[in-house]
Design a protein around this ligand. Structure first.
Ligand code: AMP
Length: 380
């Protein structure tokens, strides 16, 4: 099946066309500065016209069979990919308050496709869906119940498409049936999240109500004492100031002055104290969470690294593994340094559990999920 995968942001739109049988990527691109003037497209409808024109060139007349959308927030309702109709689109729209930057853009993308290609089936693949299996003790915050019932304040988790894809690949590589697979999966990109996998399902994850909770990220703070927010507001900072500070000016960028892991590792090796502190804070926090999730899953059978940093930064993986000696985890130094795009084991033969690097591929996962939903709908 030829699937157009759409990842719609508030001012950008990424697209990829994949053949889900051969897994060939037939087209790939990004439209930027939507609605920002300066010659960019005025809205998502205009952006979609640019995508259509690009596809006409790149696909040379080969027809699309379906469209898969990455939708950030599926709330409590969506635990599976869904064939989109008006009711589903409205449900996604009702979740706008939970993801004010992302879900409105996703809905604009869906409506623009509906207007452009009304006959094409569209599927929504939710970033939260894989975490619908979290037990209540993992998703509840210890706050008054009306916050949950009136505002939906609970932990949802994100990066689900990536965690699910990587979990399946890791189980395959180790020859363990997915339903029996317990693991800790570390998605370390610009956004960072850790997921506890038990019996192939997500039972805990470090991002919560929003993608701000949890680990130290490129520009996001991760966990902090909630009193800090109250204190800052009392000092006169606005909600918008605090939002921008914690989401865009914090994390590695705040600690090291840079959010690119390569630059931070190079600076640390050259003796830069801030870069060393940044690496120490990020690797320490991650190791603590890994220890916690090892307990949460009743003993993980593997630790899995993925995404930009997890796949490429041998230095950061080594820093984390060095803090995991209490779990008997040991890397094989040469295997850790090897560069490859294949899923692989990087632990020493006498490591208590294998440590894996498994490249993620969210577009592939979205295209495959889209094809499966469309084929099922046709059959049913
Ligand atoms: P992602 O969000 O998955 O695209 O990951 C982006 C992050 O991966 C960037 O912030 C980089 O710090 C990191 N990254 C990408 N390539 C490398 C590399 N070769 N070595 C270390 N870090 C890398």
């Amino acid at each position: 099946m030829r699937v157009l995968v759409i990842n719609s942001g508030s001012s950008s739109l990424k697209y990829q066309v994949r053949d889900t049988v051969t897994q060939e990527v037939e087209a790939n691109g990004q439209i930027e500065r939507i609605g920002e003037g300066a010659g960019g497209p005025a809205d998502h409808g205009e952006a979609m016209e640019l995508v259509a024109a690009a596809l006409e060139r790149e696909l040379a007349g080969k027809p699309l069979d379906a469209v898969g959308h990455r939708v950030v927030h599926g709330g409590e309702r969506f635990g599976e990919p869904e064939l989109i109709n008006n009711e589903i689109t409205r449900s996604i729209e009702r979740l706008n308050p939970l993801a004010p930057l992302h879900n409105p853009a996703n809905v604009l993308g869906i409506r623009a496709i509906t207007a452009k290609w009304p006959a094409l089936p569209q599927v929504a693949v939710f970033d939260t869906a894989f975490h619908r299996t979290l037990p209540e003790h993992a998703w509840r915050y210890a706050v008054p119940d009306p916050l949950y019932r009136q505002y939906g304040i609970r932990r949802y988790g994100f990066h689900g498409t990536s965690h699910e894809f990587v979990t399946g690949r890791a189980a395959e590589l180790l020859g363990i049936p997915l339903k029996e697979f317990n693991a800790v999966v570390a998605h370390l990109g610009n956004g960072v999240s850790l997921t506890a996998i038990q019996g192939g399902a997500s039972v805990d994850t470090s991002m919560g109500f929003t993608p701000l909770e949890g680990l130290v990220m490129g520009t996001r703070s991760g966990d902090l004492d909630p009193s800090i927010l109250i204190y800052l507001q009392r000092q006169g900072l606005s909600a918008d100031d605090i939002d921008a500070m914690l989401n865009r000016e914090s994390g590695l960028k705040a600690l090291a002055g840079d959010n690119d892991m390569r630059a931070i590792v190079d600076a640390a090796e050259a003796g830069d104290g801030r870069a060393r502190t940044a690496l120490a804070v990020a690797s320490y926090r991650l190791a603590k969470y890994i220890g916690g999730y090892h307990v949460a899953v009743g003993g993980a059978q593997a630790l899995v690294f993925t995404a930009g940093i997890g796949e490429n930064s041998a230095a950061f993986r080594a820093l984390v593994a060095d803090r995991l000696g209490a779990l008997g985890i040991k890397l094989d130094a040469a295997a850790n340094l090897e560069r490859s795009s294949a899923p692989r084991v990087i632990s020493a033969a006498d490591s208590a559990i294998p440590v894996l690097v498994v490249p993620t591929d969210e577009e592939r996962a979205i295209a495959d999920a889209t094809a499966a939903v469309v084929l099922q709908a046709r059959a049913g």
